[in-house]
Design a protein around this ligand. Sequence first.
Ligand code: NAI
Ligand code: MG
Length: 357
Amino acid sequence: MKTYRIAAIPGDGIGVEVIAAGVEVLQALAGRDGSFDFAFDHFDWGSDYYKRTGLMMPDDGREQIKGHDAIFFGAVGAPDVPDHVTLWGLRLAICQPFDQYANVRPTRVLPGITSPLRSVSGPELDWVIVRENSEGEYAGVGGRVHKGFPEEVATDVSMMTRSGVARIIRYAFRLARSRPRKLLTVVTKSNAQRHAMVMWDEIAAEVAAEFPDVTWDKMLVDAMTMRMVIKPQSIDTIVATNLHADILSDLAAALAGSLGIAPTANLNPERAFPSMFEPIHGSAFDIAGKGIANPIGTFWTATMMLDHLGEPAASARLMRAIERVTADASFHTPDLGGKATTRQVTDAVIAAIAGDN
Ligand code: NAI
Ligand code: MG
């Protein structure tokens, strides 16, 4: 029997609650399937670890997880630690050195969930956002000088490389080609940002020539926000820079009903390093410890992890279980307007897995 070694890093706040729920569901799924198993290693890295040690994860942290088959990540962020410390100290400290350059974010309206868009009942909104995850606006290039003096200067320089842009655009074209509509929108801002974004557009046109079977178009990011709201059915696969896709994917999650449902995968497609799977949401300290965090985003990301591990049947079984549960409003957590707890939703998904044929 195949055993997958998974590094579980729950992090902070509700990350701890949803990853515990996700581990339970994955174990139930392995038990139901019988042909594979999981061995979870748990890492207590995050803001509490930082308060004890001054680091978000140990110096040899990446060394400890680089041999795992995948990383199952919760969220980072604490009210009393600056967000750039938590983000750069843990999440980006894994994503960037592990070259997880493709951040894939599916969005659709699951059964039983109401979109805030009047025109959407389900099939009109079925997107995948591909986010460049290794450079661009979040390359970390920049600095501050004359700190605190009136002449203080601060820069964040967006840095794009030809190879970095080409690989993410190529990944997005391949993904678009694998979906029924074979439709890709390349998001840009080359009217105002006249260097890197112009190169981005040029590379998109070059790569497009390799994919004559994919229909593609180009859209300015500001216009894209409008199109997502007004004409959601005109969109299928989207590729955008690190910052643009970060913003568009929160909008997408909200249009699909709740941030608590949205999943994401940080992929190293070449598999030189483990990939990382996480819900899109953060540590949500406003609801942490209350037992009401929606675990569906974590369960959905677990289906992406199963696909990556090469277990498509188990992935499909878990997705069926998720959809059976969301279809029943008595299992909606407060973010969806219901009263269910994390425990109740988790138990319902485990029961649906057991009952799945
Ligand atoms: P957030 O995603 O934690 O929460 C935004 C709102 O959505 C809150 O009202 C929260 O209660 C609700 N929400 C989020 N996930 C939910 C779930 N599963 N179930 C029910 N409700 C849910 O974003 P926020 O409040 O801006 O940030 C909180 C902390 O999380 C910050 O420190 C931030 O830096 C960090 N963060 C970390 C991320 C990560 O680790 N990938 C991503 C986003 C934020
Ligand atoms: Mg975000």
